[in-house]
Design a protein around this ligand. Structure first.
Ligand code: URQ
Ligand code: ZN
Ligand code: ZN
Length: 630
């Protein structure tokens, strides 16, 4: 549609016009595909100024005048703008960054506003953008599209990328330097989606826990992650009670030096003192830690009480850091454990029985209330049951910023696993909270579909069978934790996207974008956009495999998803612009992962600061010598 049409006052229905332009865009792309890819490019912007001018009147100065007048005539205006008409430097990221809607979408169905054409096509195409659209629409279509990915080693220039349309609305994404530089590799991603690399914000590599140490270290754990399309982990530094947070942090940084993917750290608060308060400040200000985890379970070890929660949450508010909780009532778990052992239940089934949904629901509700009283947002890790999910949904409906993280294990595996006759099989699945019944699984899926739960993680904390055997006579001594990092994305795609519970874009939100936003990594991570890290996954929705410990990269001999058929796999993973997983092979160098600092005070905290200030308690001014009541 042209600006004139828009101004004429009789535009076609918005959806129809948008569809027409988008169809034309596809035709153009397909034409490009037939013509190959050869050299300098020309940029077009498909600019949708939906209500943008009302939201940002200054935008009028940055957009071409005809777009402005068309947009004024029709707030839903959608038009094609040529590069020459775009403002100075014509960085679409800059231009569109000014719009109140994002220039890119965090999804697999990438909506982007750029079309890249080689000169051969450019020559034939009418100069007028409106005519160009019509011209393109008249060209015969070809469904198969080949697209080029110019991958630069240093990771700063991003990629020109494209995935087959799969009948998506628009599916082109282009990096800032589009011409493939000499020697650059061109990746043919036909038939695949291109996704931002996965982020797993809940892992425990090399974690000293329950008398042993998790078997995947930062090398094997992050390598396994890359093979599954996860290009960044946020692990936990967990200093013990009385230990300095800074000492713990230094220790974990040292352990993490061998990581092959990017990584970052949350820090756990396991006790309270002035020193802890002080060190939290140092971690945020100087070490890129912006989230603090609190265990409400693991009595006599990591557990903290309400007093510590309130102190720490309040400190988090001052620092602009996000408090997180492992929500299980550790006192009740402890009593139930004792009762079960006394009743002669010593096997792994006792683990699940000692941690019923009530203990999680109670703790989730309590943590939410404490966060509300402290005026901070809250992130609840491994949300596994209906009670906890409903507490989160209720709080959100009440205007509280509470985020919920189901694990891929809880979404797909159920409590019957603990009744397996093979002790080692059942013990391998011991984790906290335990797997739940199908009713709870449904609640978690519903939360992901509806948006009341935001992030799918793994809590990857892998132990070998010999380590699990520490609890052969007493389930309370079985080290808690399972693997999952290399299967998270494939299992979620299989059970989420292939079943229609999630769109591809919702899949990206749950596996990458939401974590990036919540933990203040966005838009460095979690999106394909100019300036973002070139962590990318070529995702083949048709690729299949049967999950098996025999072929996994994780350093243990079991896999909780053993035998599961998945459809949808990462066929190529890029980390920092480098191909690290391809043809089922890892190409990684020990230590090439970077520690990614995360600054405090994400936008949410700015907003909450204002809210808190507006609600600041004020005393009543009284003059004791004057009685106002009769
Ligand atoms: O509770 C956790 O998050 C850690 C310590 C790993 N283990 C587990 O069972 N979830
Ligand atoms: Zn936990
Ligand atoms: Zn954990």
């Amino acid at each position: 549609m042209t600006a004139d049409e828009a101004a004429s006052g009789s535009p076609a229905p918005v959806q129809e016009r948008q569809d027409a332009v988008l169809r034309a865009v596809r035709e153009l792309e397909q034409h490009v595909a037939r013509g190959g890819w050869d050299g300098p490019v020309r940029l077009f912007a498909l600019v949708r100024t939906v209500g943008a001018l009302e939201r940002d009147p200054a935008l009028a100065d940055r957009l071409p005048p005809d777009v402005v007048s068309a947009a004024r005539a029709d707030p839903e205006h959608l038009t094609l703008v040529e590069q020459e008409d775009l403002p100075e430097a014509s960085s679409l990221g800059d231009l569109l960054g000014g719009l109140a809607w994002p220039p890119t979408v965090d999804g697999a169905a990438l909506v982007t506003e750029r079309i890249v054409l080689p000169p051969s096509v450019e020559e034939q195409m009418p100069a007028d953008p409106g005519e160009a659209v019509e011209w393109a629409a008249a060209h015969p279509a070809r469904r198969e599209v080949r697209l080029a990915a110019a991958v630069l080693r240093d990771g700063t220039n991003g990629c020109a990328v494209r995935a087959r349309d799969h009948d998506l609305d628009v599916d082109v994404a282009v990096g800032p330097d589009l011409a493939a530089p000499t020697g650059a590799r061109v990746i043919d991603a036909s038939g695949s989606y291109l996704l931002p690399g996965g982020i797993d914000p809940h892992t425990h590599m090399q974690f000293p826990f329950m008398g042993t140490v998790a078997a995947d270290d930062y090398y094997t754990g992050t390598a396994a992650a890359l093979s599954g399309g996860t290009t960044m982990i946020i692990d936990f530094c967990i200093p013990g009670p009385q230990q300095s947070l800074l000492d713990g942090y230094r220790q974990w940084r040292e352990w993490g030096e061998k990581a092959v993917s990017d990584w970052s750290l949350h820090v756990a608060i396991t006790w309270w003192s002035d020193q802890v308060r002080e060190e939290m400040g140092t971690l945020v200000a100087e070490h890129g830690v912006n989230s603090f985890k609190h265990f409400m379970a693991y009595k006599n070890a990591l557990m903290v009480d309400d007093d510590v929660l309130m102190h720490s949450f309040t400190r988090c508010r001052e620092l602009g850091a996000l408090p997180m909780v492992h929500a299980e009532n550790g006192d009740i778990v402890w009593l139930l454990q004792k009762a079960l052992l006394e009743a002669g239940i010593t096997g792994p089934e006792g683990h699940a029985l000692s941690r019923p949904p009530e203990v999680e629901g109670e703790a989730a509700n309590r943590a939410i209330m404490i966060a509300g009283a402290a005026g901070v947002p809250l992130y609840i890790v491994h949300t596994s049951c209906r009670e906890a999910h409903e507490a989160i949904a209720r709080a959100r409906a009440n205007g509280q910023r509470v985020y919920g993280e189901p694990l891929i294990q809880h979404l797909t595996l159920d409590e019957s696993e603990y009744r397996n006759k093979d002790w080692a099989y059942a013990a391998a699945r011991v984790m906290s909270p335990p797997f739940r019944s199908k009713d709870h699984q449904k609640s978690l899926w519903d939360g992901l579909t509806s948006g009341s739960l935001q992030v799918v993680a793994t809590d990857h904390c892998a132990f070998k069978t010999e380590q699990k055997r520490m609890g052969i006579d007493d389930f309370t001594l079985i080290p808690n934790g399972t693997g999952g990092i290399e299967d998270r994305m494939a299992v979620l795609w299989t059970h989420g996207v292939n079943t229609g519970r999630l769109t591809p874009s919702e899949f990206v939100a749950a596996t990458s974008a939401n974590a990036a936003k919540i933990f203040n990594l966005y838009p460095q991570k979690g999106v394909i956009a100019p300036g973002a890290d070139a962590d990318l996954v070529v995702w083949d929705p048709a690729a299949t495999k049967t999950i098996s410990a025999a072929t996994q990269h994780s350093n243990i001999e079991v896999n909780v998803f053993e035998g599961m058929e998945v459809r949808g796999l990462p066929v190529i993973t890029l980390s920092q612009g480098k191909v690290v997983w391809e043809n089922k092979e890892l190409k990684v160098q020990r230590g090439e992962g970077r520690f990614v600092p995360r600054p405090g005070t994400a936008p949410v905290f700015e907003a909450m600061k204002i809210r808190n200030e507006l609600r600041r308690p004020v005393p009543v001014q009284r003059n004791p010598s004057v009685h106002v009541t009769p």
